[in-house]
Each structure stands twice: as structure tokens, then as C-alpha cells.
Design a protein around this ligand. Structure first.
Ligand SMILES: [Zn+2]
Length: 185
């Protein structure tokens, strides 16, 4: 009972480690052959652990790892937007050049036409940049949260004895039903 190895992985609920298994191992077992059996070190020495396949697959479903965040903007849209931006820049640059050439040839002061055009270009460019960097920042933030949740998932243990999930550092525990939310807490 006083074995330091048992203590190191002890469940915070029952203070025993004999029915504790890594969450990732349960999910792997549930995914591959829907069966889990093996031996664990119990208070009375080695014990056999065997679970029925429907139990383990249901448990594995509840203990599934966090889902990787999807792209903020679909890749096909980025491709089209990039192409459209190049075409737009080329068209606008051509128009500005023509306009400036005409004005340079026929007048001495800068007429409002060019100012308006330049103002429009600057506005579109600003909106474009804001959307692009905003979407990127949003996705980066989501990936950071996902990585934290994934780290927690990898360090999670399940206790078959009292049906609870826990991590050791920092000590925290939850029930399988709240596991998905708990990963992001
Ligand atoms: Zn326990």
C-alpha cells in the first residue's frame, strides 16, 4: 500500500492507483480493437483488468482527444482572394498610372479625381489587411487553446474504480461526461 510507485499515480478520489490507466491508452484501445485487458499493480499484487468492448468504446468516445481547430478561412477562398487581389492591384495600378499621366499632361495642380481614387485604394487595402491579420490572429489563438487542451489530454488518467478522470499537475479531476469541457478549463 505504501509503495511510492502506486502513490505517484493515485486517484484523487479513492487514493488508489490499481485501476488507473492513461486516457490516451484507453482511447487507442477503444479505436483499434474495442477491447482492453492487461495487468495493473494493485494493493494485493498484480490484477487482471478486462473490459467489455461496448463499455470501452463508449468510454473511449467520452475520453476522445480535443478536436483540431479548422481553418478560419477555407483554403479555396484564400486562393481565389489572393488571385483577385493580384488582378485588382494590377487594374488599379494601371488606372492610377493612366489617370496621373493624363493629369500630368493636361493640368498643373492635382485634381480631386486622383485623390478620391487613392483614398479608395487605401481603404480597400486597409480592410483587406484587417481581415487577413484578424483571421490569422483568431486561428492562432484557437490553435494555442487546442495545444493546451491536447497537453492536458495527454496527461490525463482514468480511474476505473470511481469513474473519474484526473491530472497530477496541477491536481484536478472530473467525470467522463464533463471531460471535453474540462480539457479547455
Ligand atoms: Zn479512483
Amino acid at each position: 500500500m505504501a509503495d511510492p510507485l502506486i502513490h505517484a499515480l493515485a486517484c484523487p478520489n479513492c487514493y488508489l492507483a490499481d485501476r488507473v490507466q492513461k486516457v490516451s491508452a484507453i482511447v487507442r484501445a477503444g479505436k483499434w480493437h474495442g477491447d482492453l485487458s492487461g495487468t495493473t499493480l494493485g494493493p494485493e499484487g498484480e490484477e487482471n483488468v478486462a473490459l467489455q468492448s461496448e463499455n470501452i468504446s463508449e468510454l473511449a468516445r467520452l475520453l476522445a482527444p480535443p478536436e483540431k481547430p479548422k481553418q478560419a478561412i477555407p483554403s479555396w477562398f484564400i486562393r481565389i482572394a489572393r488571385y483577385a487581389a493580384i488582378v485588382a492591384i494590377a487594374l488599379v495600378a494601371g488606372l492610377v498610372l493612366v489617370q496621373l499621366a493624363v493629369e500630368w499632361l493636361f493640368s498643373t495642380s492635382q485634381p480631386p479625381q486622383t485623390k478620391l481614387l487613392l483614398w479608395q485604394i487605401a481603404s480597400v487595402a486597409t480592410i483587406y489587411c484587417l481581415l487577413f491579420f484578424g483571421a490569422r490572429a483568431w486561428r492562432n489563438a484557437r490553435i494555442r487553446t487546442y495545444k493546451q487542451a491536447m497537453k492536458k489530454w495527454k496527461n490525463s488518467y482514468y480511474c476505473y474504480r470511481c469513474d473519474s478522470i484526473f491530472i497530477l499537475k496541477p491536481p484536478d479531476a472530473t467525470a467522463p461526461g464533463d471531460f471535453a469541457e474540462w480539457l479547455y478549463a
